[in-house]
Each structure stands twice: as C-alpha cells, then as structure tokens.
Design a protein around this ligand. Structure first.
Ligand code: PLP
Length: 348
C-alpha cells in the first residue's frame, strides 16, 4: 500500500529548466491585482494584520456561505492539514484515506502516534467509499478524502460523496481536501462545503496555491463545524502564520474573477491537450480533473526522470500498485509543447 517517489540524484537547476511541471503550481499566477496589493501592503508590515484578515474571512464566508466561527485560516492548507492531524492524533487512533492519496495529513497523523488504514481507489480511480466506511472501527479518529485526488487527478462522484459524508460524519469526522476543486469541470458545484453550513462534522480545506497561483505566498483555509474549529483553536491559532501582504494578495485575487476564469480555461485546455497527446501514444492515463495528469511509464522511475531532466523539463515519478507513473503538472502551452516533444523522443 505504500506509495513511493523516485528521487534521482541530479535534480536540475530550476533557473535553467524550460518546463517546470513538477509541483502542480499554476504557471500564470498571482494575478497583477494580487501582486499590486501585495506590494502595497508591505509598508504596513509593522502592524499585525487582523483588520485585513477579518476582511478576507468575511469575503470567504460570503463565497462559501458559512460563518466566521466556521473558518480557520492558515499559511497554505498544509498548515491546517497538519494542525488537524496533530490535534486529532495526539492520543493515537487510526486514519482512513485512499491509496494513493495526498500524504501530508496522514504523515503527521502517523508521526503523532496514529496508524494509517489505506483503502485502494476503485477501478475507475474514485475513493472506494463503501470500503472506507467498512474500515471504520472504534479507534478511527478521521476519514481523509482528497477530491479531486492527488496524485491521481481523479474526481470522486460528488453525489455519492455527499451521501457518504452525511451518513458517516455521524460516526467519525471527515476531512475533505479540495485543493483542486475549482479546476474540476463543475468547479465549486463539486464542493462539500454546504455540509458545513448544515452542521455536519466535516472539514473542507481550500488553498490559494492552485487556481489563484499563490503557492509561494501561503494562504489557505478550512471551513468546518464550530465544534471542530473550537477543538483545534483550543490548542493552536489559525491565521497567525499568514503575512499581511499575502492576506492583501488573497483579498485582491478573490475579487479578480476574470483572472481566475482565465486560469481555469487555460489549465483545462492544457489537461485536455495532454490527455489527447497521451491517447495518441496509446498511453492509458487517468482522467484528470485538475492541473496535472498521471500516466503509467514502462521504465524505472529514475531512468525516466533522468531522460526528462536531460531535456530541461521537471516532472515527478511515483510507484504504486506495482506500477511506475509519471505525474506531469500543467504549464503554459509552450512548456507542454516541450514536454510532448521530449516524450516523443523518450518513447521512440
Ligand atoms: N492538498 C493537496 C491535495 C495538495 O496537492 C496540496 C499541494 O500540492 C496541498 C494540499 C497543500 O497545498 P498548500 O499548503 O500550498 O495549500
């Protein structure tokens, strides 16, 4: 069930790469408006940023239809994933999540004394919700679901997930990591955040790192029932780790709907092109609803990476289910072109 990453010794100097397709970043962002807001906020750097943080929370609450008491902010969603893991697993217990899935919450849960119960995705790469429910026992502290999932880029049916959350959250709290949800075809319609509003014990994490193109600026948040926010808030403060300029940039980015639409359009186009390319090569990729695509490779991951790196392109390679995989993040059209040309040569 372990999911391994290939780490060859010579990672290229990133300042020389022609296509940076490695960390599921957004090649377009941050928007000009976000950059301007960031720069303008620097002069306020002597002050704590509670005022602009409250403004951001108010905006988020309006978008998500939740109350400020149901939001916890953090420097990226990683911060919240880790905080939740530390609070929920301080006395051990088990966590149920998909194999494979995003591992940072699980890794901190394990480091805190918890154990991981991995549940393999279904044959069509969705969370196996029935098997996840069946795996719950008296020691289960949390169910973690990433939708769309990473590293597979696949979406779990939102209707099924909603029913699962309504039923299962009565037994165990559920964490839904929606880092890529804005990039999925139906976008926010796939979100589970409305369950927070209705009082279910679910946590929904979102980030400014993907559609907003702000991975380096570090802003994320979690919406959850008040009892969950309070439980975490007893031990640790949420918004304290975000810098004022990043808060200002997030505020500006939320208002820049046109820019966010452009990012979604371009990244969707890139993933459609990438899937079409792979199809033309007879490669059985997983259907992507995100800004990355994963596909099987017929060679050792580090051999493959060395060939890709030699073309001044960076991607990632994993092994799970006894298969090696390449995960390629979506870049600008020119970067994707370099990638396709490199693949033509590597596959030849
Ligand atoms: N969750 C998922 C599924 C991710 O893929 C990532 C980053 O790649 C994160 C969370 C963390 O993102 P950040 O801490 O930048 O919000």
């Amino acid at each position: 069930a372990l999911f391994n990453e290939f780490t060859p010794p010579k990672f290229p100097d990133l300042s020389t790469v022609k296509a940076r397709l490695v960390w599921n970043e957004n090649p377009y962002g941050p928007s000009n408006k976000a950059q301007e807001a960031f720069a303008k906020a620097v002069v306020e750097g002597n002050h704590y940023s509670w005022g602009s943080l409250n403004k951001l929370v108010t905006k988020i609450c309006k978008n998500e239809n939740v109350k400020p008491s149901q939001i916890m902010m953090g420097p990226g969603s990683s911060d919240l994933l880790e905080k939740v893991a530390m609070v929920y697993f301080q006395n051990g217990g088990n966590i149920i999540s998909a194999d494979p899935s995003y591992m940072s919450l699980v890794a901190v849960a394990e480091a805190s004394g918890g154990t991981w119960k991995p549940i393999k995705l279904t044959d069509d790469y969705q969370h196996d919700l029935d098997a996840m429910e069946a795996a719950i026992d008296a020691d289960t502290k949390l169910v973690y679901i990433t939708n769309p999932n990473n590293p597979t880029a696949t979406l779990t049916n939102p209707k099924k997930l909603e029913n699962f959350c309504k039923r299962v959250s009565k037994k165990v709290p559920i964490f839904i990591d929606e880092a890529y949800i804005e990039l999925s075809e139906a976008g926010m319609k796939n979100s589970m955040v409305h369950l927070v509003e209705k009082g279910h014990d679910v946590m929904v994490a979102r980030t400014f790192s993907k559609i907003h193109g702000m991975a380096g600026l570090r802003v994320g948040y979690m919406a959850a029932s008040e009892n969950i926010i309070n439980k975490i808030g007893e031990i640790t403060r949420g918004g304290m780790g975000i810098t004022g300029p990043s808060i200002a940039a997030a505020n500006a980015s939320l208002d820049d709907a046109e820019y966010l639409d452009m990012c979604k359009t371009e990244l969707t186009k890139a993933r459609i092109d990438t899937m079409a390319y792979l199809k033309s090569k007879g490669i059985d990729y997983m259907p992507s609803q995100t800004n990355f695509v994963i596909f099987p490779i017929d060679m050792e991951g580090d051999v493959f990476l060395e060939k890709v790196y030699a073309k001044k392109i960076v991607v990632r390679a994993f092994n799970f289910w006894d298969q090696n995989w390449c995960r390629v993040s979506m870049g600008k059209p020119k970067e994707m072109q370099y990638f396709f040309e490199a693949m033509d040569e590597i596959l030849a």
